[in-house]
Design a protein around this ligand. Structure first.
Ligand SMILES: [Zn+2]
Length: 272
């Protein structure tokens, strides 16, 4: 896909993987959007293999692979919704209205795509990735009216990237786990076993497996586990993670815990 994007005209700006706030606190995601002064193109790329065709009876896009036929999630209504949401975004930010063209792009060269039976408007929304540069040329010819000034276009690009809200992964939810499913305890930076005990009197961790000792081995563990469970690092959670029962000991450890921004740079340990 990125290979074909090399051939598009210079005046087109390409943005990838945007997640924006849509209507009623929902978010919408845009794989790729192409912007210029005349129009915006939403590109949703699918790498489906097999024979993809429109079934007039069920009004559904179907795919047949190895004699198995399945319905594909409704791609055309998905891109239509993205188009409406992006339009709403432009309205709210007071940008001039601009034609938005939504395309479903099939990138697997071995797939057979058949659009017979689809209404013309929908048919022209489906293309193979190698035709993307050509498609853009024809859009340039069709939408020749300039809608954005150079300044507005660049302001829109910064507004889009500033509004991008990365998804906070909730791994526990995704895998239907609870905190009790995770292996708690401090990981040894030397042998990677979760087998360190705190020498409370002298204030260090020592590994029961390889005897390595460390003053701050808990920092990486606290960071990894609290981000994994996507929960603020409270004293209670830290006691669970570090397997220390004393709230006072944990209080002292957390007092010297680096600020969240710093902790993002900590290396990630392996944890199962
Ligand atoms: Zn060790």
């Amino acid at each position: 896909m990125d290979y074909f994007l090399q051939f598009i005209p210079n005046e087109v700006i390409v943005m990838h993987d945007l997640r924006l706030k849509g209507i009623q606190q929902t978010f919408f995601q845009l794989d790729t959007i192409l912007l210029n002064k005349n129009f915006i193109v939403i590109v949703e790329v699918k790498h489906y293999s097999g024979h993809i065709y429109f079934d007039e009876g069920s009004k559904q896009i179907l795919r047949k692979v190895n004699d198995v036929t399945e319905g594909l999630p409704n791609l055309l209504s998905q891109i239509h919704r993205q188009k409406l949401q992006l339009n709403q975004f432009l309205l709210e930010k007071n940008y001039p209205l601009v034609p938005i063209i939504a395309l479903a792009v099939f990138s697997n060269p071995s797939a057979i795509i058949e659009t017979k039976g689809l209404p013309t408007a929908q048919r022209s929304a489906i293309i193979r990735s190698e035709f993307l540069p050509e498609k853009l040329e024809s859009l340039q010819a069709n939408y020749s009216q300039v809608r954005f000034s150079e300044k507005q276009l660049h302001s829109l690009v910064s507004s889009l990237s500033e509004s991008h809200a990365p998804e906070q992964l909730n791994i526990l939810k995704e895998y239907q786990l609870s905190i009790s499913d995770l292996k708690m305890g401090v990981e040894c930076p030397k042998c990677n076993q979760i087998n360190m005990v705190r020498n409370i009197k002298f204030g260090y961790w020592s590994c029961l497996n390889c005897s390595f000792s460390s003053k701050d081995a808990h920092i990486v563990t606290l960071h990894d586990l609290s981000s994994l469970v996507n929960h603020p690092l409270t004293n209670k959670l830290a006691r669970q993670i570090l397997q220390i029962s004393s709230r006072h000991v944990v209080y002292r450890l957390l007092k010297h815990y680096p600020s969240p921004n710093l902790s993002q740079n900590l290396p990630h340990g392996q944890r199962q």
